[in-house]
Design a protein around this ligand. Structure first.
Ligand code: HEC
Ligand code: HEC
Ligand code: HEC
Ligand code: HEC
Length: 172
């Protein structure tokens, strides 16, 4: 009996800890960014990124699925493989490719002490430095997109950063 408990504890330490570390990754979700970046949020909402979970539903994007040898009648919206790229942080609580999929997990950098309008106006370089140290990717690049836009995607299309970026960029 003692041995069993010991093994249980060992199992928890070995396999439980990475699980906890994973679930505590510090994502806010786009609704948090929305509060202060409303214009960007609204335009993002119209992109395919915001709606990427819809493609996983049965009956959606049937031609693309057939071409990729996927089953158009199947519900893929709980499939852990698809979650990796069709959610943010591999977490169905954050459906679609939200702000933090490109800009980095945001609990730390979106704090009021960092993303603060008056502090930022007074000292933009200093605030920007704090934000970057807290994990903000200010200007996502090709490598940030290729985390998902790669050959592991069943519907992969070669990724030309310049051309594709034009289709999703924020309004000025
Ligand atoms: C409390 C309000 C607030 C929240 C919440 C917030 N931001 Fe910000 N953010 C700001 C302000 C203010 C600035 C400074 C630049 C400005 O005035 O637009 C800024 C700057 C930025 C910048 C850099 C812009 C530059 O000029 O270098 C990025 C990128 C950014 N935010 C993304 C996000 C993301 C992603 C989230 C959600 C995870 C988020 N912000 C949450 C208020 C906020
Ligand atoms: C977290 C994964 C992920 C990241 C990061 C990501 N994308 Fe995507 N992207 C997707 C998925 C999934 C779709 C398909 C959405 C759908 O139609 O269901 C998509 C669709 C698109 C589309 C619309 C389809 C098309 O090709 O016309 C564009 C454009 C695009 N992404 C550009 C980018 C760019 C540029 C970046 C980087 C700045 C980027 N993406 C980062 C996952 C991602
Ligand atoms: C597909 C990747 C991607 C997603 C998703 C994304 N962004 Fe961005 N964002 C970028 C890129 C790339 C830039 C750099 C723009 C430039 O410098 O031309 C940027 C720039 C910004 C900036 C700097 C000022 C500006 O508008 O150029 C802010 C603020 C910002 N993003 C906020 C957000 C918020 C808030 C969300 C979610 C509602 C979001 N982003 C979603 C890729 C993304
Ligand atoms: C490695 C990341 C990744 C994985 C894993 C992934 N996708 Fe995607 N998915 C993408 C990207 C990126 C796009 C945008 C199309 C492209 O590849 O350029 C996309 C687009 C799609 C589309 C829309 C295609 C269109 O042309 O309208 C469907 C449908 C889709 N994926 C279904 C799935 C299903 C089902 C799974 C799981 C079996 C899955 N994806 C797994 C990254 C991924």
């Amino acid at each position: 009996m003692k041995k069993l408990i010991l093994y249980l504890i060992l199992g928890l330490v070995l396999f439980g800890l990475p699980l906890i570390a994973y679930t505590s990754e510090e994502y806010n979700g786009a609704s948090k960014c929305k509060v202060c970046h409303i214009k960007t949020f609204k335009s993002w909402q119209e992109t395919k990124h915001a709606k990427a979970m819809e493609s996983l539903l049965p009956g959606a994007a049937t031609e693309a699925k057939k071409k990729a040898k996927l089953d158009p009648a199947k519900d893929y919206s709980n499939d852990p493989v698809c979650m990796q790229c069709h959610t943010t942080g591999n977490n169905p609580a954050f459906p679609g490719i939200q702000c933090e999929a490109c800009h980095g997990p945001g609990v730390k950098y979106s704090a009021m002490s960092i993303m603060n309008k008056s502090k930022w106006a007074e000292n933009p370089d200093g605030q920007r430095k704090l934000a970057i140290e807290a994990g903000l990717v200010i200007k996502p690049e090709e490598k940030n997109c290729k985390v998902c836009h790669n050959e592991k995607s069943p519907t992969f299309k070669p990724f030309d950063f310049k051309a594709r970026y034009e289709l999703i960029k924020h309004p000025k």
